[in-house]
Write a protein that binds this ligand. Structure first.
Ligand SMILES: Cc1cc2nc3c(=O)[nH]c(=O)nc-3n(C[C@H](O)[C@H](O)[C@H](O)COP(=O)(O)OP(=O)(O)OC[C@H]3O[C@@H](n4cnc5c(N)ncnc54)[C@H](O)[C@@H]3O)c2cc1C
Length: 484
């Protein structure tokens, strides 16, 4: 099979027996569920754009494993140029969907596991790298979407995995058999997990010997026995269930999605296992995945930011305020912040280096600086968008009021801005801004910017480790003529 189209991707999901719960009930047909479908459409965009010749260079790559053309989301980065193209591809997809398109976590997991298994095998003589190579060939051949699953529920944050009262707070090995392992636990906040074909599991934190049962990495199909998912509800999500929902949704076609993925004694054959008790490599896998994922945000959030800046500029025109100097200045500030994030994404890619396994990794210090900025700048961009939009983005009546024969005419009359613009268009752009700033897409643009790929403090720890303060002190002492 070659590259799938968006339509083929959607049809491929129908063949899975994925167990999904929404509002306490199992969903028979998750593909057409109104709350889930927008997130499927966003992923479908990653397939469709790969067939668009103008984006071929960004969206596809030549596999180093098979020599075949693959979707870049399934690719191992072979150069710093590949790392840069990854960021550009993510910006493009943010621009096309104004939401989280979910396929990055899998791509980041592929690249982290590829190099970590190589180094694990080198030390322990294990076969994880070979296992992973075969698995990735399968993923590339079938153009699959894979959920990169790192975050465990974690229970009491002050305790290590083995110290938790309930051992299931971290995914762990419950049985080692001749033909494979049996695992138990859950992964929380899993982006795009429901519409992924597979899950790729990694540990959440660095581990010690007593935690070795939790040092596990493996791949498992979404519909494997013992796997099920509980949909994470989002702000304003039930608007998608309303009849004739359109304007009130803001972004009718696209969205992101997260879920709790539960593993109830799931069997994993040995050839799908990529780490099993080698606790000293858990930290390496976590750090490498986090590095790639912190780079990712210098692309995807920038693309969404582009759309939000555009939406704010349109709202200013529709309100009749576009010519005001402070509005122009606010749009400049939004652009400055957004492009700063992009600079970070590009810089950590351009300064990347080759791993022992051959693929390329980002510059870790710069990737952490990138993500640290992402925990802040989208919030400021949102603040400025809300300033420009005006209060109506949160106080306007529903679409049903506009459609009402009794009161509709009052809505159209009193919510008019610039006389040359239809009231409907003004409502559309304001609802769109609402969607990104505090509706369902804010999950991806705001809180995911804060916590996705690790909360801000995780980056500060990495920045502190890599800042090489001693070198900086030496530089200062030398120029100041200090001799100690
Ligand atoms: C929208 C969204 C999408 C996501 N997608 C994915 C995904 O696809 N795959 C995936 O694996 N993960 C995903 N994540 C998870 C993300 O990586 C975590 O949210 C992040 O690592 C923080 O973990 P937490 O949410 O459990 O918060 P917590 O760990 O509870 O952190 C809350 C606060 O407590 C602090 N804290 C936590 N532990 C300690 C400690 N021991 N000592 C001191 N302070 C502490 C943190 O610094 C933070 O300030 C996603 C998260 C979000 C919000």
């Amino acid at each position: 099979m070659g590259l799938m189209t968006g339509k083929e991707y959607i049809e491929s999901l129908r063949k899975l027996k994925t167990r999904v719960y929404v509002f306490g009930e199992i969903v028979e047909n998750f593909v057409d569920h109104p709350m889930i479908r927008p997130s499927i459409n966003s992923v479908a965009m990653t397939y469709d754009l790969a067939h668009d010749l103008q984006y071929e260079d960004l969206m596809t790559a030549t596999s180093n494993l098979t020599g075949k053309k693959v979707n870049r989301f399934c690719h191992l980065h072979q150069s710093t140029n590949d790392l840069i193209k990854k960021v550009k591809m993510q910006r493009l997809l943010g621009q096309k969907t104004a939401s989280c398109f979910q396929r990055c976590v899998g791509m980041d997991a592929f690249n982290a596991i590829w190099s970590t298994t190589f180094e694990t095998d080198k030390k322990y003589g294990t076969k994880y790298h070979e296992n992973f190579k075969k698995y990735l060939e399968y993923v590339q051949e079938n153009d699959l979407t894979v959920d990169g699953a790192m975050t465990d529920p974690k229970g009491d944050r002050a305790l290590s995995p083995s110290q938790q009262k309930d051992p299931d707070m971290f995914v762990h090995i419950v049985e080692k058999r001749e033909d494979g392992i049996v695992v138990r636990g859950a992964k929380a906040h899993q982006t795009g997990s429901i519409n992924s074909h597979e899950h790729l599991i990694m540990p959440t934190i660095a581990m010690r010997e007593e935690d070795k049962a939790f040092a596990v990495s493996f791949a498992v199909p979404s519909d494997a026995e013992g796997v099920f998912m509980i949909y994470g509800r989002q702000s304003c999500d039930t608007r998608k269930m309303e009849k004739n929902a359109d304007i009130d949704l803001g972004n009718k076609n696209f969205g992101g999605q997260e879920a709790l993925v539960v593993f109830e004694n799931v069997f994993i054959p040995w050839d799908k296992v990529f780490l099993c008790e080698e606790y000293d490599f858990a930290g390496m896998m976590v750090e490498r995945f986090a590095g790639y994922h912190r780079q990712s945000y210098g692309g995807c959030k920038v693309g969404v930011g582009d759309v939000l800046i555009g939406a704010a500029a349109v709202a200013a025109e529709y309100n009749g305020a576009a010519k005001a100097s402070h509005i122009k200045d606010k749009l400049i500030e939004m652009t400055h912040l957004n492009e700063t994030l992009y600079c970070c994404g590009i810089a950590c890619s351009a300064e990347g280096s080759q791993t022992e396994a051959g693929n390329y990794q980002i510059d870790n210090l710069l990737a952490n600086v990138c993500k640290q900025n992402v925990t802040r700048f989208p919030y400021e961009i949102v603040r400025l968008a809300e300033d420009i939009a005006g209060g109506l983005m949160v106080t306007m009546p529903s679409q049903a009021d506009f459609d009402s024969p009794e009161i509709g005419e009052y809505c159209y009359k009193y919510f008019k801005g610039n006389a040359n613009v239809s009231t409907e268009n003004r409502m559309r752009i304001l609802r769109f801004i609402e969607n990104m700033c505090l509706g369902s897409s804010a999950v991806g643009y705001r809180t995911e910017s804060m916590h996705g790929a690790g909360s801000p403090q995780a980056q500060r720890i990495m920045i502190s480790r890599q800042s090489n303060l001693e070198h900086k002190k030496e530089l200062a002492k030398k120029i100041a003529g200090i001799q100690e």
